[in-house]
Design a binder for this molecule. Structure first.
Ligand SMILES: [Zn+2]
Length: 99
């Protein structure tokens, strides 16, 4: 039996087959102060999303390397506040899909 792996971006939904380089994982750990007040028995895991390279480029988190195909209509780089808001929105959506 053979298997095919499909990778999907948590931000834009773009899919790609059998290319583990397509996605990059972004994880944010909770601060120690939050852990100290967490309910007993709570298992702390880092909050993580996986975004494709184009999403990282679009948000200015990483710059396309030389030779990478130009991204059409690339918007201007967002501010740090916009980046943090976007990341937090993605994380909240991941943890609480009903919101
Ligand atoms: Zn994406």
């Amino acid at each position: 039996m053979s298997q095919k792996t499909i990778y999907k971006c948590d931000r834009c939904g773009k899919e790609k087959e059998d290319d583990h380089q397509f996605l990059r994982r972004l994880a944010i750990e909770r601060p120690d102060a939050w852990r100290a007040t967490a309910p007993k028995g709570y298992i702390d895991t880092p909050v993580a999303v996986s975004w494709c390279q184009e999403c990282y480029f679009a948000l200015g988190l990483i710059k396309p390397w030389s030779g990478y195909p130009e991204i059409p209509n690339n918007p201007p780089s967002p501010t740090m506040e916009e980046l943090l808001r976007e990341m937090l929105r993605e994380i909240v959506r991941e943890e609480m899909p009903q919101c």
